[in-house]
Design a protein around this ligand. Structure first.
Ligand code: SF4
Length: 382
């Protein structure tokens, strides 16, 4: 560990999320997300408590359809006192039915174009702000390098970072146009350096907007912890960041470790303690999602661990392998990896960059991955 000076927190405005306040000099809040099936009410309630006991100030749950909304009603009734957030994907209209049961709604600007294509993005955001306002909810505008809104990718060709920053700024403006200011923003990527750059750029333009920090698909410990630390330390030390989540690929019984790691990073930064890993990121990079309710097969975490063991022989090669748990984010977020795997219910899709290699059973995919990895290493050596 190295010792460094830490700047004062920047003066973001305060945003109330249930009984919690973030921004405006409030302590940095640590969040986490349930990886249980939302429809499994007992398991999800247990995990909400597991995360809250570990110190999660906000617990997020994924809700994609009406059955999950019904489950959420019961989960809310059994988790009194916990600040709950809901994660919306393509079907942003679910917000209207979940808002009465949560304290915050997270939407991704890159997913709003999927349904009701005749409506403008401004109308959709205005509607979301109205729903949140009517039900005393805050909003997180959650942009992600893996799913950037198409119009921003077109406007900033070759500059994904500027595309997500400008997309976030535009959505802030849309919220404010309709008089809604109870929102926070997140700008995420699986590369810690991009997370630092995107958040720094955004904070320069909108120093008033609270930021939630995260490195997506950071992967398994210890690498996932190191990636998160590399980004959070730099940002928190500059006074950037009002809440954070450490996204780790962990089995459900260890999910609370995300929260413990988050608190440890904050404590270390406040005490001026910083890690030093000079060669980190120069060899094999395995990224994997933290899993959530949408994960298609419970074997996902085991698969990610098997991929890491299988690929250990390639540790010195600058190769990225992505392992993703579902079809929602799997296809898009494996496009940039040298080799990508995304899970279906009984098969795994194997890709080389954005080209599909094939679909294999869970037992078959590992030898196929090994063959592709061998081929890639041989191609580069040639
Ligand atoms: S890739 Fe799918 S399973 Fe993994 S965290 Fe994202 S939405 Fe959840």
């Amino acid at each position: 560990m190295e010792r460094q000076d830490v700047e004062q927190p920047r003066a973001t405005r305060r945003v109330r999320i249930g009984s919690l306040e973030v921004g405006g000099g409030a302590p940095v809040a640590v969040q986490s997300m349930c990886a249980t099936k939302t429809r499994d009410i007992d398991a999800t309630v247990e995990q909400v408590h597991q995360l809250a006991r570990a110190g999660a100030a906000i617990v997020r749950i994924a809700v994609d359809n009406e059955k999950e909304v019904e489950a959420l009603k019961e989960i809310r009734a059994l988790t009194d006192g916990v600040t709950l957030s809901v994660d919306l994907q393509e079907n942003y209209r679910v917000a209207a039915t979940v808002a009465p049961y949560v304290d915050k709604i997270r939407y991704n600007p890159g997913h709003l174009h999927h349904i009701e294509r005749s409506k403008t993005i401004a109308d959709k955001v205005g509607w979301l702000a109205d729903v949140a306002g009517d039900h005393d909810c805050a909003i997180r505008i959650g942009v992600n390098c893996g799913s950037v809104a198409p119009e921003f990718l077109e406007r900033y060709p070759g500059d994904q970072l500027e595309a997500i920053v400008q997309s976030a700024l535009y959505h802030c403006e849309l919220m404010e146009r309709v008089g809604f200011d109870r929102f926070v923003v997140s700008l995420k990527d699986s590369d810690p350096e991009k997370v630092v750059a995107a958040n720094t750029r955004f904070a320069e333009v909108r120093p008033d907007v609270p930021l939630h920090l995260g490195v997506t698909e950071a992967g398994m410990p210890p690498e996932g912890i190191i990636k998160s630390r590399l980004a959070f330390e730099k940002l928190l030390a500059r006074g950037i960041g009002d809440t954070l989540r450490v996204s780790l690929t962990l089995p459900n019984e260890r999910k609370h470790e995300e929260v413990e790691v988050g608190h440890k990073i904050i404590q270390d930064v406040e005490a001026g303690r910083f890690i030093s890993v000079p060669d980190f990121g120069k060899g094999l990079n395995i990224i994997s999602c933290p899993s959530c309710s949408r994960v298609e097969n419970e074997s996902f975490v085991e698969l990610a661990q098997q991929v890491r063991e299988l690929a250990a022989y390639a540790a010195t090669h600058r190769i990225t392998i992505a392992v993703m748990g579902c079809r929602v984010n799997g296809p898009g977020e494996t496009d940039d990896a040298d080799l990508g795997l995304w899970c279906g219910p009984s098969t795994v899709n194997l890709k080389k960059k954005d080209v599909k290699v094939g679909t294999y059973g869970y037992a078959e995919v590992l030898p196929r991955l090994r063959a592709e990895l061998d081929r890639l290493i041989a191609e580069r050596a040639a």
